[in-house]
Design a protein. Structure first.
Length: 436
């Protein structure tokens, strides 16, 4: 029917993105050759950056690549960008209105509104303070926040209940970092910020807007909707819509109405390339996972909740750490990859995990620490003897006492499976009494 938007195939769209992100073939010789670098490669949690680069390069860079810096850019998150792009990026990330600035501040805008502070002016005021403080030399982020709080008006540093002090809001400080010419010093923990050399100053009040960032986003994630673009920028759809380039073509993908640059339409309507044999293991914040139409990449809601977690990784309290990664395969219905959990080595092996109390790899209730069975005598640990009355016995195949391929007893945590379980049954025996 005339006037009906073209319908694009989901597999073809994902194959285009897979190639555009440099994942199909490792043709880039160095990080500066990667297209994703111009949009930014996020480093959240710390350590994700080298993994994202390793998925696209023949060798893993040992440190931050030369000619590039990690700065707080999109949504206030740390991203790697070319140094040559930073001035234009600061102007593109500068909010065009108070409503745009308030949307970028997220929930923290309510704190400023309570104090009667305008969001856009607040970002400029804090950025000027950051530039002043860093002119004296690099500072740890906590020290930078303290010094900025001393300079800015009291309305910009409301009371923080969890911290028990007045301080400038975290997101406000992050949004002001790049305009102030601040970058993160690589390899520092806690984070150290320093001034970018020869920084020209804060963006003008009438900065050009997010057009260059939106164009880069569409080049990697086309087709997309205005709400997808706004989600990546961390602002509202109303604020992001004026930054969309002219001439975008309405199309549909899996029944969803989106917009496509006309230059990419022919490529997206052509036959999909054969993706056989190409699989990449990606870190949680890899650029390929930054598209806001997540249901297109991962249709199953239960899988999306695993790949994109709203909260940070668990820590302390005896909770397990999980290495959440996505498995990228063009055209396939992506899943959650795997949850890598520490499984103790066989009898006599060495557990190289953390030994701290409650940390991953440390023995705890119902956990084996990877030591010899005659040492596992602590409370709640797996024991080589038969389980006491009321204890749970979980097995595959035969009764407790199964052996591995070398004829040695195998002990693991509840619910774990021996890597060789297809060849030898596994019995899990837990001393701790389990309520039936």
């Amino acid at each position: 029917m005339s006037g009906t938007p073209p319908a694009l195939d989901r597999r073809r769209v994902l194959a285009h993105r897979f190639a555009a992100h440099g994942l199909a073939v490792r043709t880039a010789a160095r990080p500066s050759d990667l297209r994703v670098l111009h949009l930014g490669v996020q480093d959240t949690p710390p350590g994700s950056l080298p993994l994202a680069l390793a998925a696209r390069l023949p060798e893993i860079p040992a440190d931050t690549p030369p000619g590039a810096s990690v700065v707080w850019s999109h949504r206030g998150a740390p991203h790697l960008h070319p140094d040559a792009d930073l001035v234009a990026l600061a102007a593109a990330c500068w909010p065009v209105s108070d409503a745009d600035a308030a949307a970028r501040l997220g929930w923290q805008r309510a704190r400023l509104a309570t104090e009667g502070a305008a969001a856009r002016g607040a970002i400029r005021t804090v950025a000027e303070a950051v530039a002043t403080v860093l002119s004296g030399g690099p500072l740890v982020k906590g020290e930078l926040s303290t010094e900025v709080t001393r300079i800015v008006p009291g309305a910009l540093s409301p009371w923080c209940g969890p911290c028990g002090v007045h301080h400038v809001a975290e997101q406000l400080l992050r949004l002001a970092g790049l305009p102030a010419g601040a970058r993160l010093r690589p390899g520092t923990k806690p984070v150290v910020l320093e001034a970018i050399p020869d920084w020209p100053g804060l963006p003008a009040a009438d900065a050009a807007g997010a057009g260059p960032v939106v164009a880069a986003y569409l080049g990697l994630f086309a087709p997309a909707s205005p709400s997808d673009v706004a989600g990546f920028l961390g602002t509202s759809t109303t604020a992001a819509r004026p930054a969309l380039p002219a001439g975008l073509v309405p199309v549909t993908v899996d029944g969803r109405s989106v917009l496509c640059p006309p230059a990419l339409l022919d490529e997206l309507t052509g036959p999909a390339p054969d993706p056989a044999g190409v699989v990449r293991l990606l870190p949680p914040s890899d650029p390929y996972l930054q598209g806001r139409d997540r249901e297109l990449l991962v249709p199953a809601k239960e899988h999306r909740s695993v790949i994109w977690r709203a909260a940070g990784a668990p820590r302390g309290g005896g909770r397990r750490r999980r290495d959440r990664r996505g498995v990228a395969h063009p055209g396939a219905r992506a899943g959650a990859g795997h949850h890598r959990r520490r499984v103790p080595p066989p009898h006599g092996g060495r557990d190289r995990g953390r030994r701290g109390r409650g940390g991953a790899g440390s023995p705890g209730p119902g956990r084996a620490g990877g030591r010899r069975p005659d040492r596992l005598r602590g409370r709640g640990r797996v024991r080589p003897e038969e389980p006491a009355a009321g204890a749970a016995t979980v097995g595959r195949g035969t009764a407790p006492g199964a052996l591995d391929s070398a004829g040695r007893p195998w002990y693991c945590r509840p619910g774990r499976v021996h890597p060789e379980s297809d060849r030898s049954p596994v019995a899990v025996r837990v001393r701790r009494t389990v309520r039936q």
